[in-house]
Ligand binder design. Structure first.
Ligand code: MG
Length: 389
């Protein structure tokens, strides 16, 4: 028997949002709206499994939106939200959970603290929902004219996730199937269950209209943390007729010696990206002692570092590589290198800088014994999402 399962309901077509693409699949700073709340429940220590209820016509969109997440398979919803929830609950019977949290996919910014308050309230109550007290004065109007001032005393705005003891909410949904109620708590109330109100969060907004979507975007834009990392690498010249520099093959009088393809530029860059997210260095991810990396093409290392950034909801905003050598001349190859790096990382070439310099014939690079490279990477991480470190 599972303790607590989460059901994220995103089967609607979003009539008030407009457009072809359902709002839960819209891209919000690099992730689908739906993905945010799924990640929040997956990250919560007291939630055992997470399942989405979707419109099965959107299965491809869903698969793309949730790539890499360890979710239960989605189930298909029904014509109305209430049908979707009931079908979702029935799909969970086989897990016999003690508790279930029912959440709207259109609320991307649910936080762990609110989830905890709901789960805790279920220790003493059959049901619990997050709410925010109404602060505005309420008016009833007709044809643009006020007919009444309504007391706001004791009024709350209901949010999700709404939490329930599973057998009770399943029974309520089955009993009241077909009756149109706007949230799951209303079914629990109709069934005579006591529903606890706990503190919600103003950030836990619902994306219903295009205006809401714009607000969600600016909310996230104000929640970015910038990180910087640096990298440095050296490889020695050896016999050969070409070198790999920043992913570009350049004919040369020598080659570069190294365990992989010895691309000193991509190695420095990979270390810079890993440094920005405090994820060690290239050697800790791809040990030289491991023979599988012998002769490896260095774009593999760079792409891995980028995958780690994206797994945390981050994005690369600027890269700068300086190649330090007397020869070959970097200038003629600079744009090809920038283009190759942008291609490997799937970012705009305008975010990639490559420069060359010499050391005025001083030192090992001046004596043409090898090439050095240094790099810096600037990365934006979301701070209001679940994967923090
Ligand atoms: Mg190296």
């Amino acid at each position: 028997m599972a303790g607590c399962l989460a059901l994220v309901v995103g089967a609607g077509r979003g009539a008030r949002f407009g457009g072809e693409l359902p709002k839960q699949y819209h891209d919000l700073a690099g992730r689908a709206v739906l993905r945010y709340s799924l990640e929040a429940f997956l990250a919560h220590p007291d939630v055992d499994e997470v399942r989405a209820v979707i419109n099965m016509d959107d299965r491809d969109l869903y698969d793309e939106a949730v790539g890499g997440l360890a979710l239960l398979d989605p189930v298909g919803g029904g014509a109305a939200r209430q049908d979707s929830v009931r079908l979702g609950l029935e799909s969970l019977i086989e897990y016999a959970p003690e508790r279930v949290l029912i959440h709207d996919a259109a609320r991307p910014f649910i936080d762990g603290e609110t989830i905890s308050r709901i789960i805790d309230a279920l220790n003493n109550h059959s049901a619990a929902i997050p709410g925010m007290p109404v602060n505005d004065t309420l008016k009833r109007g007709e044809d643009g004219v006020i007919t009444q001032t309504v007391s706001r005393d004791g009024l709350w705005r209901a949010q999700t996730p709404q939490g329930f003891r599973f057998p009770e909410i399943l029974a309520a949904h089955q009993r009241f199937a077909g009756r149109e109620l706007t949230d799951d708590a209303a079914l629990a109330e109709a069934a005579g269950l006591d529903v606890r109100l706990v503190q919600g969060s103003e950030d836990n907004m619902k994306v219903t209209t295009q205006d809401d979507f714009s607000r969600a975007k600016s909310y996230l834009a104000g929640a970015r943390e910038f990180r910087n990392g640096t990298g440095f690498d050296v490889h020695r010249f050896d016999t050969g007729d070409h070198i790999m520099l920043c992913g570009v093959k350049i004919p040369h009088d020598f080659g570069l010696s190294g365990h992989s393809d010895a691309d000193v530029g991509l190695h420095a860059l990979t270390d810079a990206i890993l440094g920005a997210i405090a994820q060690g260095d290239i050697g800790s991810h791809f040990p030289p002692s491991d023979d599988q990396w012998r002769g490896a093409e260095s774009h593999v290392f760079l792409r891995h570092a980028n995958d780690l950034v994206r797994a945390r909801g981050g994005e690369i905003t600027a890269l700068d590589v300086t190649l330090i050598c007397e020869a070959p001349k970097i200038g003629p190859h600079r744009d090809a290198m920038r283009a190759r790096i942008a291609e490997i990382l799937d970012i705009d070439i305008g975010r990639v800088s490559v420069k060359g310099t010499t050391t005025e014939r001083l030192g090992f690079t001046g004596r043409k014994e090898g090439i050095a490279a240094q790099a810096s990477a600037t990365i934006a991480l979301q701070t209001r999402t679940t994967t923090r470190e």
